[in-house]
Design a protein around this ligand. Structure first.
Ligand code: AMP
Length: 143
């Protein structure tokens, strides 16, 4: 199973934020859209970072509530690990486990075309297991 099969179900919407936006604005979008991370994009939609709820919680702990007025660029992760449409779910799981993050933006021809979260990966894997189990049951029943 590939990244593309997940995107074909969930679609290609990726919520982005500018590096100059405030953390308060990031919190508002994360909460309203019930998501865990935003891709940070600069001019021409180029990825310049990623900010997740974990970054914001850590900044709040380190600097207190006034950090909500700071810019996203101050706390985002700049070196973003991305994947392609043809990468397998197993490869994405490996990346998430290795780097301990839960979001991977999908890039095609240099453009952002989707994002895979750990929830998407778990759902895809469970669906796959159910399909395998059904196929085995059918096989046993008809053998
Ligand atoms: P998360 O588990 O996605 O909430 O993120 C945990 C930490 O990893 C945060 O510091 C994020 O900024 C960072 N992070 C999340 N996704 C990625 C990614 N694809 N590449 C690099 N860092 C990431």
């Amino acid at each position: 199973m590939t990244v593309n099969s997940i995107l074909s179900h969930k679609g290609d919407e990726v919520l982005t934020i500018e590096p100059t936006a405030t953390l308060a604005a990031a919190v508002q979008t994360l909460t309203q859209r019930r998501i865990g991370a935003l891709v940070v994009t600069g001019p021409s939609n180029r990825i310049v970072g990623i900010i997740s709820e974990r970054d914001i919680v850590q900044a709040l702990d380190a600097k207190g509530a006034e950090v909500l007025a700071a810019q996203v660029a101050e706390v985002m992760t700049r070196k973003v690990v991305t994947c392609g449409r043809n990468d397998t779910i197993a490869e994405i799981m490996e990346q998430m486990t290795l780097h301990k993050f839960r979001h991977v933006p999908v890039i095609e021809h240099g453009c952002l075309v989707g994002i895979i979260s750990i929830g998407d990966v778990v759902k895809a894997r469970l669906d796959e297991l159910v399909r395998e189990q059904d196929a085995l049951r059918d096989y046993i029943r008809t053998a």
